[in-house]
Design a protein around this ligand. Sequence first.
Ligand SMILES: [Zn+2]
Length: 275
Amino acid sequence: MTLATLKDVLQPALKQRYSVGGLVCLGWEDMRAYAMAAEAEGCAVILQAGPGCREHTPLPVLASMFRHLAECVEVPVVAHLDHGYTVEECRDALDCGFTSVMFDGSRKPLQQNIEETAAIVEMAHKSKASCEGEIGFVGYADGENSAGTDPEEAAVFARETGVDAMAISVGNVHLQQDTGDGLDEAGIAAIQALTDVPLVIHGGSGVSTAQRKYLSKNTNICKFNIGTELRMAFGNALRAAVNSDPERFDRVAVLKDTHDPMVAAARKVLRDLKG
Ligand SMILES: [Zn+2]
C-alpha cells in the first residue's frame, strides 16, 4: 500500500529538485499503465481525475481504482482530483478516498479565490489529504485566454490559504497539441522569490521536454500536469489496435494492445521529470 498525499510527494521533490508527473487519467487502461510506468521508473506518480474523466466514470469508482493501483505498486501513488470547482465536489472526493484535491477558483476575484481555497485546504487537511490551488488563470488552446500570475498575489495566496501546491500561469496553456512558446522563466523566478510553496504547471504537454527537464532541476516547479500528450498516445495506440484486425470485436483484446505503448509513453514523461 503506497497511497500518498500530494504533500508527501511534492516536499521531497522541492528539496531534491525534481518534478512529479500529474498524469491525466480517463479510464482504467491509462491509469493502470501510468501506475506500472511509475513502478518501472521507481518514482512517484499523481493519478488525476479531471472533469472529463468524472463525467464518464463516477467519483467513487475512480477513487477505488486509484487506491487499488496504489496497493499494486511499491512507489507512492497520489489519488488526485483535478479542477474541482465547488466545495461539494472536493468534499465528495475526500469522502470517496481521494488523498488530494485541486480547487480551481482561478476564474474568481482574488479575495474570493483565497477564502474558498482556504476553506477547502482546511477540509482536506482534516481528512489527512492535500490541496492544490490556482492563482492567475491558465487558459485553453482555442478557448479562454490566460491571465499571468502576479508574484505578489501568489505570495498572499500561498500564505493565506495554506495550500500544499500552487498552480501558476507563466505561459502555459491547457490542451496544446504541440510545444508552445516556452514558459516565462523570469516570471517563475519572481514567484518563487516570494513563496516556497511547490509550484505546479498545468498544460505540461505544451512545454518542451528540454524545458520540463530544466525547470524540474532548477526551480520550485514540482509537478507537471500531462494530459493531451498522453491522450494522443492512447488515441494512436487504440486506432492502430482497432485497425490491425477487422475481424476482432472483443474490446478487452483490442484495449490490451494499448497497454505497452501507454507504459512506454508514460515512462518517458516520468523519466524526464524525475531528473
Ligand atoms: Zn489544468
